[in-house]
Design a protein around this ligand. Structure first.
Ligand SMILES: NC(=O)C1=CN([C@@H]2O[C@H](COP(=O)(O)OP(=O)(O)OC[C@H]3O[C@@H](n4cnc5c(N)ncnc54)[C@H](OP(=O)(O)O)[C@@H]3O)[C@@H](O)[C@H]2O)C=CC1
Ligand SMILES: CC(C)(CO)C(=O)C(=O)O
Length: 296
């Protein structure tokens, strides 16, 4: 039996926990900040339910084979008490988050060589604790090598497509480039599509092209088609649509992953001498919007 603990049963953690719990060879424990009674996930393949062990006290945590950290990026430090109980010498720790700094965020908490950074493309929303809607088929990318391949194999009995990639850096940056344009509707709280004009296009294009330029300087290969698709996604976003978790979190008044999603483009741009004025302005405006939910 492979033991798995999932820290953070939100939209992503709850969905992954429910899928993994369908496999009788996996013993899934959920580590929750807000206790709840069981998981129900509406997936594209139908409703799945699960009754994993649910812990809300880190002192009850026992060493497991795998930890999946599915909190927001700004909650990395808050996972420390869980990781102290769950991670032993053989434990591998998968960080399932947006952004490109998975290893850097957790290297002070667990040995860097035990960390498996995970790119996840799976739109999901949590409507209440344990109650989640998975909107589309899920895709996971991890680095090639024994740890990444072992992580991908955990999903063999699920509908989630998990693949190990030789060029994982590109996978992370392609996702960030695709997501980068989401800062516009997150800031304006309106879909760009219905109000699209040349000036707005220049802003969206700037955000996305800056991200791709910084990603390329970091060693990623980002085809022009990724940039074009990200701009097209913004241009065709319909009135009332929500562009993803960033936008949904601002609508809900939750804290935002500003630094992990667009702040990082500015920071790493500075490191490489690449100007990032569009991301800089939008990050500053979002931070200046007076919200208590901005995360540095
Ligand atoms: N939602 C989506 O569609 C996608 C999200 N992502 C990324 O995945 C990551 C997770 O996002 P998402 O699932 O949406 O976020 P959610 O806000 O839905 O879930 C985060 C979870 O972490 C929990 N948590 C926070 N601190 C702790 C702690 N100390 N101990 C235990 N649990 C804790 C929260 O607890 P509580 O229940 O108390 O709130 C919540 O259950 C983010 O980096 C996001 O950008 C990536 C792709 C798609
Ligand atoms: C756009 C999406 C759903 C892709 O997985 C995402 O990354 C998010 O909502 O944060």
């Amino acid at each position: 039996m492979t033991t798995i603990a999932i820290i953070g049963p939100g939209a992503i953690g709850g969905t992954l926990a429910a899928w993994l719990a369908q496999d009788p060879a996996l013993a899934v424990t959920v580590c929750a900040r807000t206790p709840f009674d069981g998981l129900r996930v509406e997936t594209p393949e139908g409703v799945i339910t699960a009754q994993p062990d649910i812990l809300s006290d880190p002192s009850q945590a026992q060493v497991v084979d795998w930890v999946l950290v599915c909190t927001k990026t700004y909650d990395a430090e808050a996972t420390r008490p869980w990781l102290e109980g769950l991670a032993g010498p053989q434990t591998r720790v998968a960080i399932v988050q947006n952004g490109v700094e998975h290893v850097q965020l957790f290297a002070h908490l667990v040995p860097a060589q035990t960390i498996v950074p995970v790119m996840i493309n799976l739109p999901a929303v949590r409507n209440a604790p344990g109650q989640i809607v998975q909107h589309r088929h899920g895709i996971i990318a991890v680095p090639a090598g024994p740890n990444g391949e072992a992580f991908a194999a955990l999903f063999d009995k699920t509908e989630i497509e998990a693949t190990a990639h030789e060029d994982f850096t590109s996978q992370l940056w392609i996702k960030l480039t695709t997501n980068s344009q989401s800062i516009v509707p997150t800031l304006t709280l309106r879909a760009p599509g219905p109000v699209w004009n040349e000036a707005l296009e220049n802003i969206v294009r700037g955000v996305v092209e800056e991200c791709a330029a910084v990603g390329r300087a970091e060693g990623a290969t980002i085809p022009q088609s990724v940039i074009d698709a990200a701009i097209a996604a913004s241009m065709t976003m319909r009135e009332g649509a929500v562009s993803g978790s960033f936008h949904a979190d601002r609508l809900a008044g939750h804290r935002l992953e500003v630094d992990a999603r667009n702040g990082v483009i500015v920071r790493l741009g500075r490191k490489h001498g690449i100007p990032t004025p569009m991301n800089g302005v939008l990050v500053t405006l979002l931070e200046a919007s007076g919200s208590p939910w901005i995360s540095k």
